[in-house]
Design a protein around this ligand. Structure first.
Ligand code: C2E
Ligand code: MG
Ligand code: MG
Length: 418
């Protein structure tokens, strides 16, 4: 009965499993669920070869974690590197903690993990995972947008020149008090025909095509102008801007940023540059000088997406960071998942030993917010507080959400009541 909706939305599927018996079992279940076009591969390398050959990619993949040769985890990492964002169902004989950690890894790499299922697969469990997926609730709008015609270099260059890439701002809030401390500027492309395009669809292109410096300077310029305007209205907020690692060896970058700061008569201490953890280690040699000079000038430096980059404490301790920003894949759902809580706590512990400000991103629920309060995280950011918004919307949001921000405060001790 579940076959009709599942089949109608999943045009084709790839099963990756080294055991022929298990693979046939999965294929039979998928057929039972009404999926007609099913490909098979015996390990990760075979799957990648097949994907490279197919003109139309499968709509979904079922990936076994344990396989000889390239295993499921490595396959997920390879898919990320090759920008193959096909939704995945991961399956394993192992316990749910291992499956959950692979789900987390997939999420952290920006891949869409529909479900993690323990073997043996059953029609009921697979059916309900696929039905959830086909109902569309699990396909993010950004992912749908990625399926449209991708933008090209000329289009992006023109958009940067015309000022069509605009900064939106997401509040960063003090977790103890609920007070707004700052905002993160996030690039949005206001495309005249395609509507609002999210950064995941054009930042990598800007990096590949030598446009990232122009794009970053445009966002930084808007963010600094905005901060200066808010300052004059008595609203002193720190502004964070994402800083591509490619800029770490871009000649004259420190001077250009400093000049921009002076133009807006701002102090460097009001500005934070966020650099993703994975990239910073890869660029450590060339980038250390630029980071040290920015820090000496007083800019805040944040390690973004912490937890996704596999860097060691020794590597991080060499970089003059001021803030550790924990990736949302370790924050979302931490209240109910023990392995995430352990990672969160150890990241917060590491940060406090390095005397860094801690920021948790991707907070969507009150339960996760309260947990972060308990754990002593300093700053929180996420949809629970606010989604990124245009600059003009921020003052109104601040007014209307006053009450709500108060609810976010740490519970007062009984003796402090009244
Ligand atoms: P990021 O710097 O880690 O930014 C946080 C992302 O998480 C933003 O996505 C934000 O909208 C999203 N987010 C915030 N709260 C929540 C939440 O509660 N739940 C969920 N699911 N998501 C949440 P966005 O704006 O799509 O940006 C994606 C990434 O693109 C950014 O990740 C950043 O790495 C990059 N990016 C954005 N703007 C720029 C830019 O101006 N320059 C560069 N180099 N990269 C940028
Ligand atoms: Mg960021
Ligand atoms: Mg981040």
């Amino acid at each position: 009965m579940a076959a009709v909706p599942v089949a109608s939305r999943i045009a084709s599927l790839l099963v990756v499993d080294d055991s022929a018996v298990q693979r046939q079992h999965a294929v039979a279940l998928c057929r039972e669920l009404g999926i007609e076009s099913i490909y098979e591969a015996g390990n990760g390398s075979e799957a990648l070869e097949l994907l490279a050959m197919l003109v139309l990619r499968p709509s979904l993949m079922i990936v076994d974690l344990e396989m000889p040769g390239m295993d499921g985890v490595e396959l997920i990492q390879q898919m990320h590197q090759r920008r193959l964002d096909i939704p995945l169902v991961v399956v394993s004989r192992h316990d749910t903690a291992l499956i959950q950690s692979v789900e987390t890894l997939g999420g952290a790499l920006g891949l869409h993990v529909v479900a993690g299922l323990q073997k043996p697969l059953t029609a009921a469990r697979l059916g309900s995972a696929l039905a959830r997926h086909s109902a569309g609730d699990s396909v993010a709008p950004e992912q749908k947008q990625r399926m449209l015609a991708p933008p090209d270099k000329a289009e992006l260059a023109q958009a940067i020149d015309r000022g069509d890439i605009v900064a939106h701002y997401q509040p960063k809030v003090d977790i103890g008090t609920g007070i707004v401390r700052g905002v993160e500027a996030l690039a949005r492309w206001q495309h005249p025909q395609k509507g609002m395009i999210q950064p995941d669809n054009f930042i990598a292109l800007a990096e590949q095509e030598g446009l990232i410096r122009a794009l970053t300077m445009s966002i930084l310029g808007q963010a600094l102008a905005q901060a200066a305007a808010w300052n004059t209205r008595g609203l002193k907020l720190s502004v964070a801007v994402n800083f591509s690692p490619l800029l770490l060896d871009s000649p004259g970058i420190v001077e250009e940023i400093s000049a921009l700061l002076e133009r807006h008569s701002l102090q460097a201490g009001q500005v934070v540059l966020e650099i993703t953890e994975g990239s910073v280690v890869a660029y450590l040699g060339a980038g250390l000088g630029v980071l040290a000079r920015l820090r000496l000038k007083g800019f805040g430096l944040s390690i973004d997406d912490y937890g996704t980059g596999f860097s060691s404490m020794q590597q991080l301790a060499r970089i003059p960071f001021t803030e550790l920003k924990i990736d949302r894949s370790f924050v979302h759902g931490a209240h109910r998942r023990k392995n995430l809580r352990v990672i969160l706590q150890s990241a917060l512990d590491l940060a406090s030993r390095l005397e860094l400000v801690t920021v948790a991103e991707g907070i969507e629920t009150m339960e996760d917010w309260r947990l972060l309060q308990q754990f002593g995280c300093t700053i929180g950011q996420g949809y629970l507080i606010a989604r990124p918004m245009a600059a003009a919307a921020l003052p109104q949001w601040l007014k209307s959400d006053h009450q709500r921000l108060r609810e976010l405060r740490a519970e007062p001790l009984p003796s402090c009541l009244d």
